[in-house]
Design a protein around this ligand. Structure first.
Ligand code: 4NP
Length: 151
């Protein structure tokens, strides 16, 4: 059985598609499944934002084939680790959890670097620099996750 990891943001077009692509690039696909989704239904079926596609491409990661999906309760059964990008995403996921086992799967992604409840800022309304910044944060966090889950 593969270990399954779900990256979650609001729209599933900016932050979590990058997190999915970055973590995938660090893990053996025979052993790990990495996917992403959003807590909202705003962009279901859409490709990632071009700015996310471009920054990923710059680092040799192709996220252009991803399509946005919405988080659903059954994801608690499917996934072992669920990583929201910010506190609002965290709260929206926790609201759908049925028990402590499900709640225990959910952790703010930057808490894999330091337990300060830091958020990956939403880059949607900003410029390209915001996407570069998000990329770097996620790359660091995904390094920690890759080490942790392969122990
Ligand atoms: P994401 O960014 O949650 O990182 O995908 C956003 C994308 C779209 C919207 C908000 C955030 N929106 O309001 O449409």
């Amino acid at each position: 059985m593969k270990i399954k990891i779900l990256m979650v943001c609001l729209g599933n077009i900016c932050r979590s598609p990058l997190a999915e692509g970055i973590l995938q690039s660090k893990l053996d696909p025979e052993k790990y499944l990495v996917k992403s989704c959003g807590t909202s239904n705003y962009h279901i079926g859409e490709k990632p934002d071009v700015r996310s596609i471009e920054v990923a491409k710059k680092y040799n990661i192709d996220i252009s084939k991803q399509r946005a999906a919405q988080f659903k309760s059954s994801d608690f059964d499917t996934y072992d680790y669920i990583y929201p990008m910010d506190i609002s995403n965290y709260n929206n996921i926790i609201k759908l959890a049925k028990n402590d086992i499900e709640k225990g799967k959910v952790k703010l992604i930057l808490n894999e670097l330091s337990n300060e409840n830091l958020e990956v800022p939403d880059p949607y309304y900003g410029g390209e620099q915001g996407f570069e910044n998000v990329y770097k944060m996620l790359d660091e966090a995904c390094n920690s996750i890759a080490v942790k889950i392969s122990e």
